[in-house]
Write a new protein. Structure first.
Length: 130
């Protein structure tokens, strides 16, 4: 698709996602950068960038990218959950609780809402193993 239409940012992001899912992070970064150069306001592009930063242990950059994705698309439920996972990894319980509440308020019918509710309940009751 990129050979046919090199300005198609979605094709870049799809390739980046494929490389991310197959743990070929260097190539994924390359395609995300290419996609964001074509469409800098892509929520999906920023989400992918955040996912890659998280894989590399660049947690501040990951958080910023996930936040940017949510600014661009407040209905991107997976960005909320990515932030929850990031906060849990960094042992930032208050931020994880806040993000879970935001997710559940915005997406009560999401298939992951029951699991999110369970994790929230464990965090609020002092459970250490959500």
């Amino acid at each position: 698709m990129i050979k046919v239409n090199p300005s198609d940012a979605a094709a870049y992001f799809n390739l980046a996602n494929l490389y991310l899912l197959t743990k070929r992070y260097d190539q994924a970064y390359e395609w995300v950068r290419g996609g964001l150069s074509k469409q800098p306001d892509s929520a999906f592009g920023h989400f992918l960038q955040g996912s890659l930063h998280e894989q590399d242990g660049k947690f501040r950059e990951a958080e910023a990218a996930f936040r940017r994705a949510l600014e661009l698309d407040p209905l991107m439920s997976k960005a909320h959950l990515a932030l929850v996972n990031l906060y849990m990894h960094e042992k930032r319980k208050p931020e994880a609780v806040t993000e879970l509440k935001s997710f559940l308020k915005s997406f009560p019918e999401d298939p992951l809402a029951p699991k999110a509710s369970e994790v929230l309940r464990k965090l609020e009751t002092g459970g250490t193993n959500p």
